[in-house]
Ligand binder design. Structure first.
Ligand code: PAF
Length: 300
């Protein structure tokens, strides 16, 4: 009986054949949509984004579609996670194109709030992630992960997803979000997704569209170096391998390494011996001209 009653509502909530996608700018509208989904026992998958979508995001949506009844994406360029004003200003904003892409792939709803909708008052929450947010990105982008944790927690409270999807390119972000969910006891599964790459190996990123033609041809060198490093990890110690990677990157005069670190895949603490960790990951941040790119590779 219950099932029969659900059918019409499900159809009206669902983006069938890319024909209908609900687009909400307010928290109230989104919550009402979520409420209807919940009343119909529909499993919600959520993909938070800052827009400027590419195939990496679409792969997250595809996975979410396969594992849930309803997929909601958010598009919000979160000002409090930018520690650099210029970076925030230059962040690509392509809302119409993004919405068309999401619609065509069968996303069911978008939540695209304004800044005042998300932050009517400044949010002063300070999270304690121990060392997780002090290393690597955290060292060079102070406050960044606190801003990410604040917005993701808010988004989770609004969307109340069963499952939320995050790409492994932002590996440290993924660990921070898992820690935030554990600390706050949020009832959401965090589902990681492998890095999606261009045919030449460059990790897909919204920032890639800011590369000049010349920079774009050089950019795959990052992944090429990391892939070679994975091979060399069989013979070199972590510190020897770090030196090797740093020297390789220097070959490209236009690239400036901000950091390359080999860390334990769970604690994100640097390792000096391969035996110190069950899984070790090499994480890199590089300036290619003015564009900052990150990438990583599992080394062990
Ligand atoms: O990875 C991103 O795009 C952002 O950091 C996120 C998770 C959407 C929070 O603003």
């Amino acid at each position: 009986m219950g099932k029969i009653n659900k059918i019409p509502t499900f159809a009206s909530l669902k983006n069938q054949k890319g024909l209908l996608m609900n687009t909400y700018n307010t928290i109230a509208e989104t919550q009402s949509f979520v409420h209807q989904c919940r009343q119909n026992n529909l499993k919600i998958g959520f993909v938070p984004t800052m827009g400027a979508l590419h195939q990496g995001h679409l792969s997250l949506i595809e996975k979410a579609k396969a594992e849930n009844d309803i997929v909601i994406a958010s598009i919000f360029v979160n000002p409090i996670q930018f520690n650099n004003k210029e970076d925030l200003q230059k962040y690509p904003r392509t809302l119409e194109k993004d919405a068309a892409m999401l619609q065509s792939i069968g996303c069911d709803a978008i939540f695209a709030p304004s800044e005042t909708e998300m932050y009517p008052e400044p949010d002063t929450t300070v999270f304690d992630f121990g060392m997780l947010d002090k290393v690597m990105e955290g060292k060079f982008r102070p406050g960044h992960f606190n801003g990410v944790a604040v917005v993701v927690k808010r988004l989770f409270e609004i969307v109340k997803p069963d499952n939320a999807y995050f790409g492994e390119k932002d590996y440290q972000q993924l660990q921070i979000i898992k820690a935030m969910v554990a600390q706050k006891n949020l009832a959401v599964n965090i589902i990681p997704y492998p890095i999606v790459r261009e045919a030449d190996g460059l990790a897909m990123s919204s920032r890639n569209m800011r590369l000049t033609e010349e920079e774009r041809t050089i950019a795959p060198f990052i992944h090429k170096t990391l892939s070679e490093a994975k091979e060399k990890a069989k013979q070199l110690s972590p510190s020897e391998l770090t030196t090797w990677v740093l020297n390789q990157i220097q070959i490209q005069a236009i690239m400036k390494t901000e950091y390359f670190e080999i860390v334990d895949a769970s604690t994100l603490l640097a390792i000096t011996n391969w035996n110190d960790s069950e899984h070790a990951i090499g994480c890199i941040a590089i300036f290619l001209g003015n564009v900052r790119l990150i990438d990583n590779i599992l080394l062990k």
